[in-house]
Design a protein around this ligand. Structure first.
Ligand code: NAD
Length: 518
């Protein structure tokens, strides 16, 4: 963490030059990029393509084939064969060290092609380099963490117990089989890694459904996986729209388990589809994170740090801070700092030096955000900065200004995730009032307390309903600690990035054994 106030800056872009290897991958010799099924590039029977663009310029980066019902069925067949091993040893039967060796090889190839994967995040995802570089490190960290977990967690037979005079029982832990990861657009590399490594290392074969706005990194990782030597069918990538490709995955009974990351509404719809045929599902969904700032906090330091988090990936970060509850004694000073931090954000193209607030991902998001800014005012929020459209010279992207509203405890002008550099600040009389208001949200992903009295902060933080509660920090994520949501933000399961995550990708059966009667 920065030590002086001036060092606390927003995530910032260094100038980024697109590598030739990325461009030639996207151009694909003039042909659209196909999905990856059974180790082959597949154009798809629907004969449908879509374009993936740079949100900061609307430049078309690549044309991608959309996968439909037939391709989902083919991918499930291929993944099933790869899991079971069509007459040879299947992925499920490989020794864990063999799976780890392939994962390590894939990670090495990702390291070799770091600049291509950074281009996926920066050009396709619209992210500034400071954040994209941090995201990239998650590939290795996640793979190494789950390799360790895979070595520790015993699969197969558990210890036997005598359940009756002549009956023994034991548990049997095994991978599900074919599992699918449905991924959103805001952190494609991170979230693909968080799904892919525990799912593969526990012995499943996978379908990856990237978001339609950011399909490139998953397609590139599939290419590297082939080079690494993964058997065909172990990793399949199915690009396409949610309501087409995603829906077909949710409706296919051969998919035993789905890991979904995205918005609560879509997660709820997929859960209903899955439930019709018994596919299990875990969901990591949106948030509307809160921060409580106590009287003893320095408004200058904390105001800037909260500004940095609120603006992380231009506010398009699921657990970040959008609702602030600040002691009334320091509220005016705090709001002044927040306003100044937001006003001074450098709005620009995400690959240009110094940019801190780039374009949002697509026109639908821009429309939603503009509407939410207006609704915040009409619901009684007092606009300190009212947002609106921003212009960036020479760039035709989806640029918006930050928005900041002052509210009071009786005004609920920020009920749902807005997903931009958008925050409401409410002056409160006490920490208890702040907690009550913070916990009144239906979401429950991330929350923090800011105070010099760390012990008091810990006591308060434990009272959030959120899955991740922090003191004097926010958006911290560590392997070994669960990252998951309460309320409409997640569930079931422990969340991601802990041992329980690995267990989520396995099923446990009970086996009873008795001697043959008579
Ligand atoms: P989204 O819910 O619109 O889409 C997520 C994925 O679901 C995409 O791949 C999409 O194509 C697919 N999808 C959409 N409709 C579908 C359907 N009917 N059937 C099957 N699949 C379907 O979310 P988004 O806009 O891409 O991402 C932003 C959301 O993700 C925000 O709410 C954000 O907070 C959340 N998010 C949560 C976490 C977390 O860890 N909790 C992390 C990142 C993002």
């Amino acid at each position: 963490m920065a030590t002086t106030t001036a060092e606390i800056q927003a995530f910032t872009a260094s100038a980024f030059t697109t590598p030739e290897k990325f461009t030639s991958f996207c151009e694909n010799g003039g042909a659209p990029l196909g999905g990856v099924i059974d180790g082959k590039r597949v154009l798809g029977s629907m004969n449908a393509t879509f374009q993936t663009t740079d949100p900061g310029s609307q430049e078309v980066l690549a044309t991608v084939c959309e996968m439909g019902e037939a391709e989902v069925a083919a991918a499930v067949d291929a993944a099933t064969r790869a899991f079971q091993g069509d007459g040879v040893m299947g992925w499920r039967d490989l020794d864990v060290e063999e799976r780890i060796a392939l994962v390590n090889r894939l990670v090495e190839l990702c390291d070799r092609d770091r600049d291509v994967l950074l281009a996926c995040e920066i050009r396709d995802g619209g992210k500034v380099s400071e954040l994209a570089e941090g995201d990239f490190t998650q590939i290795r960290e996640c793979a190494e963490y789950f390799s360790g977990v895979a070595r520790r967690i015993p699969m197969g037979d558990g210890p036997a117990m005598q359940v009756a005079d002549d009956v023994q029982g034991f548990t049997y832990r095994e991978p599900w089989g074919v599992v699918a990861g449905i991924i959103p657009w805001n952190y494609p590399i991170v979230l693909t890694s968080w799904f892919m490594f525990p799912a593969l290392l526990s012995g499943n074969t996978i379908l990856v459904k990237p978001a339609e706005d950011t399909p490139l990194s998953a397609l590139y990782i599939a290419k590297l996986a082939e080079e690494a030597g993964f058997p065909p069918g172990v990793i399949n990538v199915l690009p396409g729209r949610g309501e087409i490709t995603g829906q077909c995955i949710a409706e296919h009974p051969g998919v035993r388990f789905i890991s979904f990351t995205g918005s609560p509404g879509v997660g709820q719809a997929i859960l209903r589809a899955c439930d019709r045929h018994g596919t299990r599902m875990k969901r990591e969904m949106g948030g509307n994170g809160s921060a409580i700032v106590l009287e003893d906090a320095d408004p200058e330091v904390v105001g800037r740090l909260i500004g940095r988090y609120t603006n992380q990936h231009f506010g398009q970060t699921c657990c970040t801070i959008h609702r602030v509850f600040v002691d009334k004694k320091i509220a005016d000073d705090f709001i002044d700092v927040q306003r100044s931090f937001f006003e001074n954000l450098k709005i620009g193209y995400q690959a240009d030096e110094g940019t801190q607030l780039g374009a949002v991902v697509n026109p639908t998001q821009r429309r939603r955000i503009l509407q939410a800014q207006q609704e915040a005012a009409s619901r009684g929020g007092d606009p300190i900065l009212c947002g609106g459209v921003a212009e960036v010279s020479g760039r035709d992207g989806f640029y918006l200004k930050p928005a900041l509203f002052r509210t009071t405890p009786d005004v609920d002008c920020n009920p749902a995730e807005v997903f931009h550099t958008f925050a409401t600040v409410c002056a409160v009389n006490s920490p208890d009032e702040a907690l009550r208001l913070a916990n009144a949200s239906p979401y429950g992903l991330g929350a923090s307390v800011w105070t010099k009295d760390t012990q008091r902060g810990v006591e308060l933080a434990k009272q959030f309903r959120d899955g991740t509660c922090q003191v004097n920090c926010h958006n911290s994520i560590a392997y070994g600690l669960p990252y998951g949501g309460q309320g409409i933000s997640g569930g079931p399961g422990a969340g991601v990035n802990c041992e329980e995550t690995f267990l989520d990708y396995t099923q446990v059966k009970a086996v009873y054994v008795s001697e043959y009667p008579g």
